[in-house]
Design a protein around this ligand. Structure first.
Ligand code: LLP
Length: 421
């Protein structure tokens, strides 16, 4: 559920009309709902009630400072994957002891930054990373708390570009080699082994892959304990999917997922961490755009918007579906027409939807992409020299620009022309 609803025929974000924000900031823009962000965070927090746990929001989904602060204030931890994300989390007020560091390519500098600034744990993904982490921890004079990310070789049944738990993926250490890797870690003076980490993919719409993976983690916990390791924390990754297409069967709820965690891992007495990104931020955001032209082609009509693949890359990159709805609610019984919905970028891939049934729209009308709060703004670029679009946060009847649209001058001034030119 989200807080973007029609009221008297007009689309609202909580208690603010989308048209009012459009008039104030211009299109296109992203808008996020505080109530939806908080609601989704709490669903996870409540799903794990009764277990010692921390929900570490995967901030790669949406790392705006205001979004991070909103979640941090209600106790969220953060899952970070770069030195930049670590700094963003700290700048938003998240203490180091609530930050976990994931990712296959942590650099020496990133490791040092996190060790010096304070960190809950590193999720280590390879032996060479372990060696470097051990060395840097000794240089800094601390013990680095670690889990080892194991790759359980489970099919997450999601888009190939966002599946991470099969043996052919670059992530984690094969679970078959976990015992030797833990034995190696236990001998390293700069490391303190505290648990196991697993993340099998994103936009999962079934619980079965989780069940398979978590059973393997439960078995591994017992094996490693028998080997003499202290396993007290399990990081279970993120990945629970959201309903992009409202007509489709809904993915499982956080409460179903929580029950699965308790059933498969509850008996181990471990502290549980989860790293949801999309389910917290995805349906908490819209991308709002204006129709520039309605163009008649041969056998098809095009709705040309002022947003493009550089603003929301998911359709071009993953063939992702996003609901696109008019900001003025169509009258009941209005005739829908199939339209190709495209942006102004000079590539045919700049297509948001093909033959999508839409009510009649004209130049100047506003439309909103649903489920654009996760992997939207964070994946945007300035391709075709289109400035990054603003982000707006709504809370009840207030709204604030939380990232401003740069001017063309600011964009151009970031380049420098060498003196020989
Ligand atoms: N933890 C780890 C280690 C991850 O790699 C990810 C996502 C998450 C947690 C959060 O997954 P989520 O709950 O958001 O599904 N750009 C793609 C999604 C990439 C996901 C990468 N890793 C998209 O737009 O669909």
């Amino acid at each position: 559920m989200d807080h973007f609803l029609y009221r008297d025929g007009a689309l609202y974000a909580e208690d603010v009309a989308i048209s009012e924000i459009a008039a104030a900031v211009g299109t296109p823009f992203y808008v996020y709902s505080t109530a939806t962000l908080l609601r989704h965070f709490r669903l996870f927090d409540e799903a794990l009630e009764g277990m010692d746990h921390l929900v570490c929001y995967a901030m790669k989904a949406n790392s705006n400072q205001a979004v991070l602060r909103t979640l941090a204030e209600v106790g969220a931890g953060m899952d970070v994957v770069s030195g930049g994300e670590y700094r963003r989390a700290r700048a938003a007020g998240v203490p180091g002891e609530r930050i976990v560091f994931s990712g296959v390519g942590k650099t020496r500098e990133e490791i040092r930054t996190a060790l010096e600034g304070g960190i809950r744990q590193f999720n280590v993904e390879s032996e060479p990373e372990m060696v470097l982490l051990d060395a840097v921890a000794q240089e800094v004079g601390v013990k680095a708390p670690i889990t080892v990310r194991v790759n359980p070789d489970v099919d997450a049944k999601t888009h190939a570009k966002i599946a991470t738990g099969k043996s052919e993926n670059k992530f984690g250490i094969p679970i078959s080699r976990a015992r030797e890797v833990y034995a190696m870690a236990a001998k390293m003076p700069g490391l303190e082994v505290i648990g196991i980490d697993v993340h099998i993919g994103s936009q999962l719409t079934e619980l079965e892959p989780y069940e398979l993976a978590y059973q393997k983690v439960a078995d591994l916990t017992e094996t490693l304990r028998a080997d003499g390791h202290k396993i007290t924390r399990l990081d279970l990754g993120g990945g629970l999917g959201i309903p992009y297409e409202r007509s489709n069967a809904d993915p499982p709820l956080p409460s179903d997922y929580g029950a699965l965690v308790k059933r498969t891992l509850g008996h181990l007495g471990c502290e549980i961490e989860i790293e949801p990104g999309r389910l917290i931020a995805g349906n908490a955001g819209l991308l709002v755009s204006e129709v520039i032209y309605v163009k008649s082609g041969e056998g098809r009509d095009f709705l040309i918007l002022d947003s493009a693949m550089n603003d929301l890359i998911r359709p071009a990159m993953y063939d992702a579906y996003h609901d696109i709805i008019p900001v003025v609610e169509p009258a009941a019984g209005v005739e829908m027409q199939p339209m190709d919905i495209v942006g102004p970028v000079c590539e045919s891939g700049d297509t948001f939807a093909k033959q999508r049934l839409m009510p009649p729209l004209q130049s100047g009308d506003l439309v909103a992409f649903r489920s654009a709060g996760a992997y939207g703004a964070v994946m945007s670029s300035e391709y075709n020299s289109r400035p990054l679009i603003p982000e707006v946060l709504v809370k009840d009847d207030q709204f604030a620009v939380i990232r401003a649209r740069p001017t063309f001058d600011e964009m151009i001034k970031r380049d420098t022309i060498p003196e020989w030119l």
